[in-house]
Write a protein that binds this ligand. Structure first.
Ligand SMILES: Cc1cc2nc3c(=O)[nH]c(=O)nc-3n(C[C@H](O)[C@H](O)[C@H](O)COP(=O)(O)OP(=O)(O)OC[C@H]3O[C@@H](n4cnc5c(N)ncnc54)[C@H](O)[C@@H]3O)c2cc1C
Length: 419
């Protein structure tokens, strides 16, 4: 009764760790030959952090990341529009974390290796296709070292192979590339003095030019932290752009000039960009929500199922929730199609709403409202937009993303009744 997991990203590894907790056999197949700390910062929302705590990695998370305390929106002139507490400061009984994506992946990988006595993670095996059989499923891979094909049989197959999933491609051959909205994100990490609470996440600007930043570590003895930043510019979406590749490095000269006057007394985007050595380019892409994830003994999870714009801190968080919900159903119903369908029934509608909300009513949406009303210049923000409007928007998004404080505090970790 083996569960075949394609992809050892955040979603695939959390599924493996959850199945290990439930004593359900599994095998993970990862295209990369090694797990390197790739990527830059990501945020983990309290609903996902609660699940990571339940996986027993509370102390490790504290070691590799920082508990986020505040979220804020600012105009392109650096003026405060809206700020709200986050994580414990907001009243959740678990924190929000900002971490380095690659370090989180490595932590999950090392934990899984340590906990499983036999080899459950197969590196250098790239999934090519699958076949649903009568009472099993077969995954066909290519060994990236020998270039030889290898096949593996299991009870069910879970595609956790990210936004360019090969399993999803087989299921939806006409879908094509991810959908680009015209924005390009440049992402980087540099050591600098943190701003505001020292654990604040800020979004500055508007729809066509934006700068997002947050620290992913606490301060060192010099008072500096690792500061994650994302600079964003919007172009004509009809212009061709490279396929989504999280590891594409570019030179800052491509966009630095656009931020020449973005230096404020509390944060200096121009300096942060200028002092960063490795910068990664990524187009703002997602895919339309699907009607169905499960096809007999095969299903999709995380970015393979519901890639979304990274504006609401829910890419990794939602992959973790998916993994826990699927593990729950595999334990309760057995490693069969019914378990996959039950998981899909609960998670597909929720994640579809998040994907759609992130397109035009994510947490950042009110930045453009302020830009339209005053071009980012004001003395008193209340004259531009009411605090009630800002609060209502924030609450609405939290409810779509499953982050209602009271609801979350009154519920337990997803597998708590089974362990
Ligand atoms: C290298 C990398 C860097 C990233 N950097 C950032 C970042 O800086 N900020 C951010 O917000 N998000 C980033 N992301 C995306 C973010 O990690 C995901 O949105 C989120 O964690 C959901 O996780 P996932 O497990 O569904 O997908 P992912 O984390 O994308 O993991 C997918 C995994 O599947 C593997 N894979 C792909 N194709 C195959 C195949 N055919 N066979 C076997 N394995 C396969 C990949 O190598 C990867 O390990 C990055 C993803 C990757 C892969």
């Amino acid at each position: 009764m083996t569960v075949l997991i394609c992809g050892a990203g955040i979603g695939g590894l959390c599924l493996g760790l959850s199945l290990q907790q439930l004593k359900i056999p599994f095998q993970i197949f990862e295209a990369s030959g090694s797990i390197k700390p790739l990527g830059v910062g990501i945020n983990l929302q309290p609903n996902a952090v609660r699940e990571l705590y339940a996986l027993g990695i509370k102390d490790d998370l504290k070691r590799i990341g920082i508990q986020t305390e505040e979220f804020g929106l600012f105009s392109k002139k650096g003026l405060e529009i809206w700020t709200e507490p986050r994580g414990l400061k907001a009243g959740y009984n678990v924190p929000q974390f900002s971490v380095h994506r690659g370090e989180l992946q490595k932590l999950l990988y090392d934990t899984l290796i340590e906990r499983t006595k036999r080899n459950t993670i197969n590196l250098g095996l790239k999934a090519i296709s699958f076949k649903n059989l009568i009472s099993s499923v077969q995954l066909q891979c290519v060994n990236t070292n020998s270039n030889k094909p290898e096949a593996f049989d299991g009870d069910v197959l879970v595609a956790c192979d990210g936004i360019n999933s090969s399993i999803r491609k087989q299921l939806f051959p006409d879908e094509g590339d991810p959908l680009w909205n015209g924005a390009i994100l440049w992402r980087g990490l540099t050591v600098a003095s943190p701003f505001r609470t020292d654990a604040s996440m800020v979004m500055i600007g508007h729809d066509t030019q934006r700068f997002v930043s947050y620290p992913i570590s606490t301060k060192d003895t010099d008072g500096n932290a690792r500061i994650n930043w994302i600079a964003e510019l919007k172009y004509n979406p009809d212009k061709p752009w490279s396929k989504s590749d999280w590891s594409k490095k570019v030179d800052k000269s491509k966009f630095l000039n656009s931020f020449f006057d973005w230096s404020f007394d509390w944060i200096d985007p121009l300096k942060l960009i200028s002092e960063t050595s490795s910068i990664y380019e990524y187009p703002m892409v997602d895919r339309d929500p699907l009607q169905q994830w499960t096809f007999e003994r095969t299903t999709l999870l995380g970015d393979a199922a519901h890639p979304t714009y990274p504006v609401g801190s829910n890419g990794a968080s939602q992959a973790i929730i998916d993994a826990r919900k699927l593990a729950f159903n595999l334990k309760v119903t057995g490693t069969n199609e019914k378990a996959l369908l039950n998981y899909e029934k609960e998670m597909l509608p929720l994640t579809a709403k998040i994907t759609l909300a992130n397109r035009n009513s994510g947490p950042d949406a009110l930045l453009q409202v302020v830009e339209d009303r005053c071009e980012g210049n004001f003395n008193d923000v209340q004259e531009i937009i009411s605090q009630n409007e800002l609060k209502a928007h924030s609450e609405k998004y939290k409810s779509v993303a499953g982050l209602n404080i009271e609801k979350l505090n009154n519920s337990k970790s997803i597998l708590s009744s089974l362990i």
